[in-house]
Design a protein around this ligand. Structure first.
Ligand code: CA
Length: 289
């Protein structure tokens, strides 16, 4: 997996900040991951098994978690399940290539990304930094009140030129900038990164939120699965860059999670429509809206 080494933005992006928890039972790997993340500027805590890992997440409220799937007590899938009950930290799973089934299961219960073993420490670091960088445009302006959706990291290319189908909605009490998007009763508040269906709040992981925002902003224009995978990994949308089958399947799993949480149907979608063989787009506006 040399992809990251070839990436043009390769190189340590000094200034990563935030808190990381490393959950890994192999002492050597844990120490290396700990050292690499710490050197990049993160505050790092480590745990050698799943239960301690969940405790560490509860205690330190990290921005990102690296999680080995094979742990001596509860496995990475169960750790993810438990962590997702109280944390929306990014979860990067470390997984053996042969166990792709586990990877997909991990994504299904709420992990964000995965790195296959054996990996280069810098490859893992690149993934972590990409995740930490991804939502910043949308979140860093929280304090200024009412950021606009234009702060989304660039999806690039023609796909960002269309007018969105989802309607901007005004932040309550704010006259100027719209802070969210609405479509068929689904509300996305970009400033607070909250999601509502009607009046009910829906808890999405950061990756699910990012995907949903990307789809709502593209409106009826199709977002390809490979394009979404590249975008999530902060690669160029248009100029390509290899997207593996696993990465495409990861997008499919994230979309499936998103639909399940929203209560949407793949067959008669209210929000996320599948365009067979290509990708996804926002469903048509329903007539009662
Ligand atoms: Ca292990």
């Amino acid at each position: 997996m040399l992809r990251w080494a070839e990436h043009k933005r390769w190189g340590l992006d000094v200034g990563a900040s935030g808190v990381a928890v490393v959950i890994e039972d192999d002492d050597d790997i844990r120490e290396v991951v700990h050292a690499v993340l710490e050197a990049s500027g993160l505050e790092v805590y480590a745990a050698g098994n799943g239960v301690d890992g969940v405790d560490a997440v509860r205690l330190h409220n990290p921005d990102v978690i690296t999680l080995d799937l094979g742990l001596p007590d509860i496995d990475g899938i169960e750790v993810t399940r438990r962590v997702r009950e109280f944390s929306d930290a990014y979860i990067v799973m470390l997984t053996a290539r042969a166990r792709e089934v586990d990877t997909l299961q991990g994504l299904a219960v709420g992990a964000d990304d995965f790195v296959t073993k054996p990996f280069r420490p810098r490859e893992l670091l690149a993934r972590v930094e990409t995740l930490l960088r991804r939502p910043r445009g949308s979140t860093l302006l929280n304090g200024s009140g009412g950021t606009t959706t234009a702060e989304l990291p660039p999806a690039g290319g023609a796909l960002s030129l269309n007018a969105p189908t989802a309607s901007p909605v005004k932040a309550s009490g704010q006259a100027a900038e719209p802070s969210g998007l609405e479509h068929n009763g689904l509300y996305l508040d970009v400033a607070t990164r909250t999601t509502r269906v009607g009046t009910e709040e829906v808890q999405l992981t950061r990756t699910e939120f990012d995907l949903l925002q990307a789809l709502m902003e593209a409106g009826r224009v199709v977002r390809s699965t490979t394009g979404l995978a590249r975008w999530l990994h902060a690669r160029e949308y248009e100029t390509g860059g290899y997207v593996s089958e696993s990465e495409e399947r990861a997008i499919q799993v994230h979309i499936a999670n998103l639909r399940r949480k929203l209560g949407d149907s793949a067959q008669s979608p209210r929000w996320v429509e599948t365009v067979r063989g290509v990708g996804y787009r926002l469903a048509a506006k329903s007539s009662e809206n």
